[in-house]
Write a protein that binds this ligand. Sequence first.
Ligand SMILES: Nc1nc2c(ncn2[C@@H]2O[C@H](COP(=O)(O)OP(=O)(O)O)[C@@H](O)[C@H]2O)c(=O)[nH]1
Ligand SMILES: [Mg+2]
Length: 397
Amino acid sequence: MLTLALAGKPNAGKSTFYSAATRAEVDMANYPFTTIDPNRGVSYVRTDCPCLAREERCGTENCHEGKRYVPVELIDVAGLVPGAHEGRGLGNQFLDALTNADAIITVVDASGATNAEGEPVDVGSYDPVEEIDFIEEEMDRWLAGIVARNWEGVERQSRSPGFDIDEAISDVLTGFGASEADVAVVLRELEYPENPREWTDEDRRGLARLVRARTKPILVAANKADIAPAENLDRLREAGEKAGRHVIPTTAEGELALRKGAEAGLIAYDPGDPDFEVLGDLSGAQQERLAELGDTMIEYGGTGVQQALDSAVYDLLDRFTAYPVQNETRWTDGQGNVLPDAFLLPAHSTPKDLAYAVHSDIGEGYLHAVDARSNRRIGEGHELSEGDVIKIVSTAN
Ligand SMILES: Nc1nc2c(ncn2[C@@H]2O[C@H](COP(=O)(O)OP(=O)(O)O)[C@@H](O)[C@H]2O)c(=O)[nH]1
Ligand SMILES: [Mg+2]
């Protein structure tokens, strides 16, 4: 499963986001370091279910009237403070929790009501734009430190015959989730001395920066959009655009209220909907709160929480959703379940890649595949795309 991590300073709203997105109970409070251990849970990205092209909706648990929810893992990482890469506020331990992530959502307090350390301040005295690069910088410096501490080993290896710099650097970075292929791509982009002894700190920082960008892309959730001055959100988006970074306004608290309301049967709302409908009898205070939330959602096209998750997977990680089936006419598995599974595959994946994603045995026994939408056989090199429904024929099934 893909893993997304929520990172940011204390009190930005990470645990609220996590709780809304996973509906698990986690510790929430208005003081730093509430969350000592990373919390892990299952969340979902939303896409259009292929059943929309058929007469009947598929009725799978993860499909609500054609809104398809595909599982991903979400981690709530404890609050990071400036200087985390040097170990401030248990920073090393918390940064380490990010090494398991495929992408990172930086949660920023767009209201500006808390400073860089997450402490309450007067609104207007702290500029949240400062936070947009904060996680990225801490990670880059932390990783540069890891490279520097291990460089002696690289130098030592360079004296032996058959030395391969890609391999030696990969060894240093594998714990960070960088493959030898990742390192090779990065080294092609960098200009650097052949001899490791001639590398400068600047060379190592450049390497760390590119490896981090390649293996841990970052998206910004401009949270507390419900109380943030519109001007802050404009500037956050502007700064994000300049830095080539997606910035999505969110209200984690609003999303949490909607999900709780929907569970209680008071409102109709599916995560990612642009609005909601009131079903039950609400108190005056509840009505007022929902009316305000409704205004925020009109302004930003929803609460932004689902959009942030979706953007991390479909834009940042460039994934698409493919649906393996056994019966290409009924789009079912062996038990008659319609569109039971969905896989988030990297762009350019082929039917054989899908086969391997289902099970290595299915991949190894791969014979051919059928596009269930057109009922045509597709070639081994055919690139799949969003919403493809594929029957895989394998010696293993
Ligand atoms: N107004 C508003 N408050 C929020 C929002 N998200 C979180 N908060 C509040 O911000 C405070 C810190 O939230 P928490 O999730 O514990 O932050 P964390 O330290 O980043 O995990 C809590 O009082 C939350 O209720 C939001 O979208 N809007
Ligand atoms: Mg927290």
